[in-house]
Design a protein. Sequence first.
Length: 94
Amino acid sequence: MDNNALNDKLAQLLDRTPEDISNLLAGFVSLMKTKCADLQDVAIPGFGTFVVEKQMEHVEVDADTNKRTLMPPKVELSFEPSVVLKSVIVDKEK
């Protein structure tokens, strides 16, 4: 599903215009970028939690060549679905 298909489907389900949905999604993405840049988790009740994890700078050593490499810090975003979302997905699969 591409971005336009997602907008159209959400517009149909929520009885809104595709432009409204596009603006809502743009606002959501902006909020996520801001919160994640501040290393804050974002919880959406009934949907799940976007968890931000920061890995610190570290040195990795290659076991074969014994070469050391400095790895930069890295921020990872993961998603943990809520119990409600999991139950909806399981019910739809049946």
